[in-house]
Design a protein around this ligand. Structure first.
Ligand SMILES: [Fe+2]
Length: 281
């Protein structure tokens, strides 16, 4: 386990030579007494803080957006000599993928649709629904041994890249409507976000919508037979790798599909125990 002190020291040492691009510097303020604090995400506003030592007498806290922090940590890791510290940076160089329960408002589907107050969903809860997730380095997706290992382990022989945005996807309005129709597939839906972001919505065992915010570097697998849908977020842009076992079949089967064997298999495998637990509670 690599503790806060190591990270802080690494920041202090490595940042001496590393200059954050000026446009990426959101705000800086004195960091008196904060030297040993681990980079952390600020509450609620999607920003990160990172300490930087520009010289021996001056310290600053940089407040960075998610994307800025990714670049900052990647550059810092590249300059660190220790492989342990590089590994630590990889662990903190981006925020965890967020998921939350949705409200039932009819407002624009591209809005976050949080409950009030927000109710977040853990990765463990997603895993119980069969949702798998990895964080990869999207910068090296064309030659990434980690991605190739996942593909080999899970038999994902097919891959292509799709860009979804108003000006890049032919027949955009029609397709975006179809993506947002609740449906299942007979196979896994596997997407690796290379640029941009978007929302995958999945149902929990009590049929409530959970919104999963996928960003650059997130690879997600939705199991066969799970009700889901997709929409862009307010940024209106995602570039994603689609993966598949064998020849791809993208056919959606819109809800209701409760009598479909693939749906029954999914319910039996992932949902039955959770539903029984709620009834018995
Ligand atoms: Fe789908």
């Amino acid at each position: 386990m690599i503790g806060c002190m190591h990270l802080s020291v690494c920041l202090s040492v490595c940042m001496r030579a590393f200059q954050l691009p000026e446009q990426g510097k959101k705000k800086a303020r004195p960091a008196a007494g904060a030297r040993n604090r681990q980079p952390e995400k600020l509450h609620g506003d999607g920003l990160w803080e990172a300490e930087e030592t520009r010289d021996c007498d001056q310290e600053e806290i940089l407040v960075l957006t998610d994307n800025e922090w990714m670049h900052y940590a990647a550059a810092a890791a590249a300059q660190c000599q220790s492989s342990d510290l590089k590994a630590a940076y990889r662990k903190v160089d981006r925020p965890a993928m967020e998921a939350w329960y949705m409200d039932d408002s009819d407002e624009d589907q591209r809005l976050p649709h949080h409950l009030d107050p927000p109710q977040y969903v853990s990765h463990e809860a997603l895993a119980k629904l069969g949702v798998l997730h990895w964080v990869l380095d999207a910068v090296i997706y064309e030659d990434d041994p980690e991605l190739e290992k996942i593909r080999a382990d899970r038999g994902y022989s097919y891959k292509d890249i799709i860009t979804v945005s108003p000006d890049k996807l032919p027949n955009y309005e029609h397709k975006i409507r179809n993506f947002f129709e609740e449906h299942i597939h007979l196979d896994e839906e596997i997407r690796y976000c290379l640029e941009g972001s978007g929302y995958f919505d999945v149902r929990d065992a009590q049929d409530r919508w959970i919104r999963i915010w996928v960003k650059k570097g997130d690879m997600i697998v939705l199991p066969a037979g799970s009700y889901h849908r997709f929409t862009l977020d307010a940024n209106n842009y995602i570039k994603a790798m689609r993966l598949f076992v064998g020849e791809p079949l993208w056919t959606p089967y819109n809800r209701p599909q409760d009598d479909h064997q693939t749906r029954k298999d999914y319910v039996n495998h992932f949902l039955q125990g959770q539903q029984d637990a709620v009834i018995a509670h």
